[in-house]
Design a protein around this ligand. Structure first.
Ligand SMILES: CCCCCCCC/C=C\CCCCCCCC(=O)SCCNC(=O)CCNC(=O)[C@H](O)C(C)(C)COP(=O)(O)OP(=O)(O)OC[C@H]1O[C@@H](n2cnc3c(N)ncnc32)[C@H](O)[C@@H]1OP(=O)(O)O
Length: 240
């Protein structure tokens, strides 16, 4: 077991963490990732939270931080997240008409605020996705020969989408924890192993406690090999 990561909230973790040099070096070897990793990218590289060791007595994320955190399963994974300003704009878009707004100050965006947001948008780096997972997939993740197991791909979408929703929750817990209630995965093309892939996800809309997300998995050839749609529901206030 590696040393447990010292984190308080997910938002604070995103703000203060940086992906490891070895992971960054590894992904930088793949030229198709350069636009995402270069200094001009709208994304910051952070560790993939689910991979972090949470401690011997904390069973959060064991599947991701132990079982598939090995050289012959997932040797490298990092997350790319948009900057704080972009996330703030996305919050306004997503929660303007929703009762699930992360904070009361983000409800009922006025015309004036919308105008201001548009101006901000022009000066803020546009991020097409709310969360991107870069991952290497090694040979022991196979179902069919040299091909990623479909269940593993579902798990990757689920986890990436979970991290994506977590970034929109505020530290004050105004939105309760979110759970996947439906995940619909479309396997369009095989995903060859070993390989390096990007899983890019986005919140499409929210309505009350319900959040809809979409995602795609692509490799260096840009072909969308797998896509997914999901519905997440925030726990009722006061717990499940
Ligand atoms: C210690 C600190 C930790 C901090 C962590 C920091 C950050 C972490 C960052 C990153 C990690 C995240 C990574 C996680 C990734 C993994 C996620 C998973 O795999 S989750 C496991 C699988 N999912 C479950 O086990 C849910 C099981 N389901 C439930 O427990 C319940 O369904 C629950 C609590 C989610 C909702 O139950 P209700 O009773 O509160 O709500 P109702 O009334 O049933 O539904 C609410 C609305 O949703 C619709 N709905 C519910 N299920 C639906 C479905 N399947 N299809 C369509 N609509 C559905 C309903 O029709 C209703 O809609 P109407 O309000 O009437 O409009």
């Amino acid at each position: 077991m590696s040393t447990p990561h010292n984190w308080t909230t997910y938002t604070a973790f995103l703000r203060t963490s940086r992906a490891s040099e070895s992971d960054l070096k590894y992904f930088a070897l793949h030229p198709w990732l350069a636009p995402l990793l270069s200094p001009g990218s709208p994304y910051r590289s952070v560790p993939f939270f689910s991979r972090l060791e949470k401690g011997e007595n904390n069973t959060l994320d064991r599947f991701f931080n132990r079982v598939i955190n090995t050289n012959d399963t997932i040797p490298h994974a990092i997350a790319l997240v948009p900057g704080d300003e972009w996330l703030a704009l996305r919050r306004k878009e997503l929660f303007a008409s929703s009762t699930s707004s992360p904070s009361s100050s983000q409800q009922n965006v006025t015309g004036e605020e919308k105008e201001q947001a548009t101006t901000e948008q022009e000066t803020t780096q546009k991020a097409e996705y709310d969360f991107i997972l870069l991952t290497s997939l090694a040979p022991s993740l196979s179902g069919f020969t040299d091909t990623a197991h479909g269940g593993l791909l579902s798990a990757l979408f689920d986890e990436a989408m979970g991290c994506c929703t977590a970034a929109f929750r505020n530290d004050d817990d105004a939105v309760q924890e979110l759970f996947t209630v439906n995940l619909n995965v479309t396997y369009r093309r095989p995903v060859p192993l070993p390989g390096v892939y990007a899983i890019r996800v986005r919140v499409e809309k929210t309505e009350g406690r319900k959040w809809w997300l979409k995602g795609e998995l692509v490799g260096g050839d840009g072909v969308v090999r797998t896509s997914a749609e999901s519905l997440w529901v925030a726990a009722r206030k006061g717990g499940l």
